[in-house]
Design a protein around this ligand. Structure first.
Ligand code: RAM
Length: 953
């Protein structure tokens, strides 16, 4: 008999607070047998309270087991639902009903909100002084007084419950970040709620099941508010009040009684507020607590709220509210301290052995009022002293605690987080033992979906480092780094998304981030380089709109396409389609303006895919010296504030801002045009999926013209494309080179790599494709050399120099151990993780969502063993191989309801056994020229073995 498991609604198990009126169902199946395919399914949905049947899909002949759209009776706000599914296999055997799973609707309409926004009486958040770049570059530690920071605000209200409660929910959100408290206890396990979104358009509320926290008689509901992303100091330059300068809360408690009646207790003018033990809390600067003022009774019945002040009712409307979309931030791990160091300077520093994002929890005992200070850093200096590696205004990462003085106390900040491995502790009474400290790791709580280990411990460490950088940079939004900018740089996630999707279930997280991206898209189609966007970023465009850079803004086409490939949901393409199209048209328009500037207005006319205007070439009507060049000008994105191949190692060796910008202007012309073609071709493919035939053809044609123009304009006959590896890589990967010149281009790339001592010199946007380009074009050996390279710049150089996450700069630690003030937690260059899964373990999708899988490992990579797995929407895909001399053993698992092509490298003519028996020849699909044999198989676990020297190759 087979079983159904992991039943999800909108990709979450037992989801609570769904505000999508048409949720979608999914399930996995476990059969214990091979070749298992679903041939039909039936889903039934009930109202969980009164047992009414809401939907019976009937038996649907289909092998779809994810994203099955609800088509029953209209779902209501707050509705509790139960659902079950049964399936049939190819032999028409039925699974039997799955057993019921539940989901619960959130508030679907603005009219469901009875509560009012309230703002405690407060000093408005202080504006930071005007930004000065020089100051930013020099500021290293605390420069300003903390007096400008406001204390956290506590709000409370008591209410009576007379009847027996059946269920109770709280729907809560805030301007700022908040904790919900009921009767002296924190409700739920969320951190930093409501998370970071583009608040004006999209503010999430969270749904809490508080049934068990209520009591009969008097109850108290309370909220603690901190500045958070809304009002606190954030972004590159640490500006404050980016969304507003007053904290507020919207809170609605709903109680259903056993007798069928219903009560709503909403935030209103009867709440009172005060300040207490948290003297300030800022996401970037840190938190200060006076534990003498702590008293959890503030949120219990019987507490005399003397001196508490009334709150103000304010109108913000409810239009921007949406249910929590995807995994919230939680404590995802706790790490023991590895050691306590006495540094040469005499500092006391705790080492957690791992760079993380989060905070620490520290036990201490001392006299009342004793001040303990915690400072956070990711590395020590060369001599082993504490180093604050983050430069910039308001990047202090410093917590202060004043002890209560009544025995053992636990110190832990609540509304801030830091990027660190080392914590310098000052003022600790007595001898600090490592057992007294724990690192509390924060992240959006996605499931881990990937595992990769192999016979080289350094590569294993690299994979771990990638994972940890991902964990630290997925706090509500995908960030570049969790200590300095903590910003949703579009380029970084564009580069890293494929790797991210192997490591964790990124579907909801990235889909939510795209919602922010759509909201932030400019009228003209440009996508700001950072999402969510904050006004202070405009200071980089001299007060004008922030530029939309090639390779960064393209996140709007690339990320939806990656999600579609990995999870198979067309809806992601549909909901982003217009934004993708606007982005491509934005590029077209940028070029148009360039042409007009060069050729005179009116002479140049672009034909967008939606217009019928005639196309006129730039300069075609003038007597141009080079009519061909004039004709192709309109396909080349030559100008604009494009970042090019950011952080090319040889150019930014000294990490100076000047040289960083040099990377841009040295490469931007080529890189921008390549991304134009790439986005146009993704758009064409998306149009095909969505049945937008006209667009499909139009953008396909556009991509082709851009490619041809690029090749004609930039690629010399001898394959010369300049001095930078990245330009070659991108041009090859995006198919920008005319076939007759491809070989020369490739050879020049290979020469550049050899001339660089078999080391990479690629920047941000090209690094993800470097190893692929080499492997796809017959230079596997060189790709392996780059992977196993341990001289700087290289992945293993970082590992051998103590990295526990991925660094922003390859040379962040010098050969002599000097550590530079930069970010040690930047996932971008961790993009090689994707290649390792796809190439070394060989797991990739042949059709969207891994409905059809390809497992094609490369056993000649220099490793003797690889073990990898990926938890897809259908179930676990595994690829494990060992190479022992000529003997290859290869185990795979193909999940139910999928099929796979399995490639056995060098197996042609060999006797292949599977689980000890000769394998069926009939399953052979192809025998490749280089001796690879491809089998087509169904679900199940297989173990193939063969001796390569027995073959024909
Ligand atoms: C740096 C960021 C980020 C990158 C931009 C261009 O400041 O850390 O990684 O995308 O520059």
């Amino acid at each position: 008999m087979y079983k159904i498991r992991e039943m999800t609604v909108d990709m979450l198990e037992n989801a609570v607070g769904i505000d999508n009126p048409a949720p979608r169902f999914g399930w996995k199946m476990e059969s214990g047998k091979r070749d298992f395919m679903q041939s039909a399914y039936q889903v039934r949905v009930w109202d969980g309270m009164d047992g009414r049947l809401l939907w019976d899909a009937g038996k649907v002949e289909s092998d779809a087991s994810s994203f099955i759209l609800y088509k029953g009776v209209e779902l209501q706000s707050r509705q509790l639902c139960e659902w079950e599914v049964r399936i049939w296999d190819a032999q028409e055997t039925c699974s039997g009903w799955s057993g019921r799973a539940s989901f619960e609707m959130g508030l679907l309409h603005t009219k469901d909100w009875k509560a009012k926004w309230i703002e405690p009486v407060q000093r408005v958040v202080q504006a930071e002084p005007a930004f000065d770049m020089q100051n930013q570059l020099e500021t290293h530690e605390e420069t300003s007084s903390y007096g400008r920071l406001n204390p956290c605000l506590y709000c409370r209200k008591g209410f009576m419950l007379g009847k027996k409660v059946k269920r109770a929910r709280a729907y809560v959100t805030a301007h700022g970040i908040y904790e919900l408290w009921i009767n002296g206890k924190k409700a739920g396990d969320l951190e930093l709620a409501p998370g970071f979104t583009t608040y004006r358009d999209f503010l999430q509320y969270q749904t809490y099941d508080i049934t068990n926290l209520l009591q009969s008689g008097e109850n108290v509901v309370g909220v603690i508010l901190a500045d958070g992303w809304y009002a606190g100091r954030i972004g590159m330059i640490g500006d404050s009040a980016q969304f507003g300068d007053k904290l507020g809360v919207l809170l609605q408690v709903e109680v259903d009684y056993e007798d069928g009646s219903h009560d709503v207790i909403g935030s209103d003018a009867s709440f009172v507020s005060s300040t207490r033990d948290i003297l300030y809390s800022d996401l970037y600067i840190g938190e200060k607590q006076d534990l003498r003022l702590r008293d959890d009774k503030w949120c219990m019945s019987g507490f005399q709220a003397e001196g508490w002040k009334p709150v103000e009712l304010v109108e913000y409307g409810y239009e921007n509210l949406a249910a929590q979309a995807g995994e919230p931030i939680r404590v995802v791990d706790e790490l023991e301290a590895v050691r306590v160091i006495r540094t040469p300077k005499g500092e006391t520093v705790i080492d957690f052995g791992q760079v993380v994002a989060g905070r620490i929890r520290l036990e201490a005992e001392g006299l009342a009022g004793t001040a303990i200070t915690l400072e956070h850093g990711e590395v020590l200096d060369k001599d082993g002293n504490f180093l604050n590696n983050i430069i910039g205004r308001n990047k202090d990462q410093k917590d202060v605690f004043l002890l209560r003085g009544e025995g053992k106390e636990t110190l832990e900040p609540r509304f801030t987080f830091h990027g660190f491995r080392y914590v310098k502790v000052t003022g600790y009474p007595g001898n600090l033992q490592k057992e007294a400290a724990k690192a509390v790791v924060l992240s959006s709580d996605m499931k881990k979906t990937g595992e990769f280990t192999c016979s080289d411990e350094r590569v294993n460490r690299l994979q771990k480092n990638i994972f940890h950088s991902q964990q630290g940079n997925m706090i509500s939004i995908p960030t570049d780094c969790p200590q300095r900018e903590r910003a949703g740089w579009t380029g970084d996630i564009q580069i890293f998304a494929p790797t991210a999707c192997y490591n964790m279930g990124m579907y909801l997280f990235l889909r939510r981030w795209l919602r922010n991206a759509r909201a932030e898209q400019y009228e003209n189609g440009g996508i700001p380089n950072i999402i969510p966007f904050i006004p202070s970023y405009n200071s980089f465009g001299n007060g004008e709109q922030m530029a939309a850079s090639a390779g960064w803004g393209d996140a709007i086409t690339i990320v939806p396409w990656v999600l579609y490939q990995k999870y198979g949901d067309e809806e992601v393409l549909r909901e982003n389609y217009q934004a993708m199209k606007k982005w491509v048209e934005y590029i077209r328009d940028c070029i148009k303006r360039e042409c007009e500037a060069e050729c005179g207005a009116g002479e140049y006319n672009v034909r967008g895919c939606d217009t019928n205007a005639t196309e006129v070439e730039c300069g075609a009507e003038t007597t141009s010296e080079n009519p061909e060049a004039a004709k192709r000008r309109k396909y080349l994105w030559k100008k604009g504030q494009n970042l090019g191949d950011w952080l090319i190692p040889s150019v930014v060796a000294d990490a100076s801002v000047e040289n960083m910008l040099k990377c841009s202007y040295l490469t931007q012309e080529c890189i921008s045009t390549c991304f134009y073609a790439y986005s146009a071709s993704i758009l064409s493919k998306a149009a095909k999926v969505l049945g937008e035939d006209k667009d499909e053809a139009c953008y396909f044609e556009l991509a082709g013209k851009v490619r041809k123009a690029f090749s004609d304009e930039y690629v010399k006959e001898d394959g010369n494309l300049g001095d930078y590896q990245g330009v070659y890589v991108i041009a090859l990967q995006f198919d920008m080179i005319a076939p007759e010149k491809r070989k020369q281009v490739l050879e020049r790339l290979v020469r550049l790599i050899y001339d660089n001592g078999c080391r990479l010199d690629t920047g941000f946007v090209s690094t993800p494709f470097l190893l692929d380009v080499l492997c796809e074009n017959g230079y596997q050996e060189l790709a392996y050399k780059l992977l196993f390279q341990n001289r700087c710049p290289s992945w293993l150089y970082e590992v051998e120099h103590g990295a526990t996450t991925i660094w922003e700069n390859w040379n962040a630690v010098g050969a002599d151990g000097t550590t530079f003030p930069t970010s040690y937690n930047h996932y971008a260059f961790g993009c090689v993780g994707d290649w390792m899964y796809r190439y070394l373990a060989g797991i990739s999708e042949m059709s969207p969502g891994y409905k059809k899988i390809r497992i094609a490992p490369h056993v000649d990579c220099g490793l003797s063993q690889v073990k990898a797995s990926y938890q897809s929407v259908y179930g676990l895909i595994q690829s494990e191989w060992e190479l022992d001399g000529k003997k290859v053993c290869f185990r795979v698992n193909v999940p139910e309801n999928t099929t796979a092509q399995i490639v056995l490298p060098g197996a042609a003519g060999c006797q292949v056994t599977e689980s000890g028996e000769e394998f069926r020849q009939s399953l052979i699909l192809t025998q490749g020229a280089c001796g690879d044999v491809t089998y087509e198989i169904g679900s199940g676990t297989y173990e193939f073995c063969y001796q390569r020297d027995s073959g024909i190759s």
